[in-house]
Design a protein around this ligand. Structure first.
Ligand SMILES: Cc1cc2nc3c(=O)[nH]c(=O)nc-3n(C[C@H](O)[C@H](O)[C@H](O)COP(=O)(O)O)c2cc1C
Length: 187
């Protein structure tokens, strides 16, 4: 799959089948995140793979689909695993991990698309409770979780006409994207 196709085709999926993702594939996603661009090349991010029983305990500590609660996964549709994006506070002391987390998260989600996996980036998470569950020390800040799994959910985009809230069009989760005309500032 070409990168440009993955960029256009990747859509957030929130309902997963119960198929497990192999450890190899999950490690491949982390391996690919190594190559994301990082400010000053500090590479202050670390990653944890959350799988199996631990995943089931993480699920209630996540929040899904703020605009459209019907699209939140039922227990039977929860993701089988997550990749936690962590900031290493010993490498970077000012806590400014956001931009690096963005490049890493985008890399993981696009790579997953090529590998036939679906993802949902999760920011609405109970960070302190998840950190405790994972046994993470103060050395690490929990930045985001990326849910990873297999999904049969249909999702697509439309050109946004004002409202940017995602919605269901029949059984297709539909994500309005602002058009080139709207985002390109003529100077
Ligand atoms: C930083 C960030 C945080 C997000 N947090 C959540 C979240 O907590 N729960 C959720 O269901 N989706 C979350 N999303 C997914 C967005 O809702 C989704 O990317 C957006 O609606 C656009 O859809 P698309 O990914 O299909 O382009 C998050 C995405 C990003 C980039």
């Amino acid at each position: 799959m070409k990168v440009t196709d993955a960029i256009i085709k990747r859509r957030t999926k929130r309902k997963y089948t119960n198929q497990r993702v192999s450890r190899d594939l999950l490690e491949t996603l982390v391996e690919l995140a190594r190559f994301a661009p990082m400010g000053a090349n500090l590479q202050p991010l670390k990653y944890a793979i959350i799988d199996g029983e631990l995943s089931k305990k993480v699920f209630p500590l996540t929040k899904w689909s703020g605009y459209h609660p019907e699209d939140a996964p039922e227990d039977s549709e929860m993701p089988p695993c997550y990749i936690a994006i962590l900031g290493d506070n010993e490498i970077k002391q000012n806590g400014q991990f956001e931009t690096d987390a963005g490049t890493a998260g985008a890399t993981i989600c696009l790579a997953a698309e090529e590998l036939g996996l679906s993802t949902c980036w999760l920011g609405a998470i109970k960070r302190e409770e998840i950190k405790e569950l994972l046994g993470l020390s103060e050395k690490y800040s929990l930045l985001y979780l990326i849910a990873v799994g297999y999904s049969e959910q249909k999702a697509d985009y439309v050109d946004a006409k004002g409202d940017i809230k995602y919605f269901m069009n029949g059984d297709v989760l539909t994500v309005p994207k602002r058009t080139l005309d709207e985002i390109l500032v003529e100077i």
